[in-house]
Design a protein around this ligand. Sequence first.
Ligand code: FMN
Length: 224
Amino acid sequence: MNVSDAIRGRRSIRDFLPDPVPESVLRQIFDAARWAPSGSNIQAWRVIAVTGTKRDAVIRMARSKHEAGLVRSEAFPIYPPNLWEPLRSRRFALAEDMYRALGIPREDKVARRTHVARNFEFFGAPIGLFFVIDRRVAHGQWAHLGMLIQTIALLIEERGLGCCMQEAWAAFRPELAGMFNLSADEMVYCGMAVGQPDRTKPVNQFERTRISVDELAEFLGFKD
Ligand SMILES: Cc1cc2nc3c(=O)[nH]c(=O)nc-3n(C[C@H](O)[C@H](O)[C@H](O)COP(=O)(O)O)c2cc1C
C-alpha cells in the first residue's frame, strides 16, 4: 500500500469487530509512528493504550458519567462557541451523512444520543488510545501532536485495521487524568478507537466529502 492509497483508504470507523489486536502490532505501529515530525524535534507527546480490563474500566467510568449527564466542557474546548460559516455547515453535513447511514432521523434525539455514547465504548473496538499533551505547550505542539495522530492512523490503515479519532473523550479529561495518573501538567487531548472494522456496517461506508483543491489551496507565482 502506498501513502496515497493509505490516505484515501483511511476513513473513520464507527463500528468494530471484537477481534483483539495484539500488543506486538500496536508496538510496530508506534515504532514507525515515532518518526513523525515535530517542530525542533521536541516530541511533546505521549500515547496511552488500553485494552482488556483497563479498557473496560475506562468505558465504565464514561458510561456512569454520561448516564448521569455529567459530560461537561472545560478549558481547552474542542470547538469555539458559535462556529462560523462555512465550518458550521460542514460539521452539520457530516452529522447528517452519518446519521442517515445509521438510519437515525434528526428528530430521534434519543437514538442520536445513544450513538454519541458509542464513542465511550470505542465503537466496540478492542483498543483505545489516548493522546496526552502537556498543558504548558504552545499552539505549535498541538499541531505536532496532530501529525503523530495521523501518522498512526495511516499505519493502522496499512495493516488492514481501522480507527476513529475521538475528541469525544475530551468530555472526561479530569477523570481520564485520574485513571492514568497524569501529572498536573498533563491532559488527554483526544482518544482513538482501534481495531478490525466491521465493513458490512453502513456507518463505515457512507460517502464522505472534502473541499476542492481550489478551496483548499492558493497557487501563487506558478507558470506551468
Ligand atoms: C482529532 C479528531 C477527533 C475526532 N473525534 C471524533 C469523535 O469524537 N467521534 C467521531 O465519531 N468522530 C470523530 N472524528 C472523526 C471526524 O468526524 C472525521 O475525521 C471527519 O468527519 C472526516 O471523515 P473521515 O475520517 O471518515 O475521512 C475526529 C477526527 C479528528 C481528526
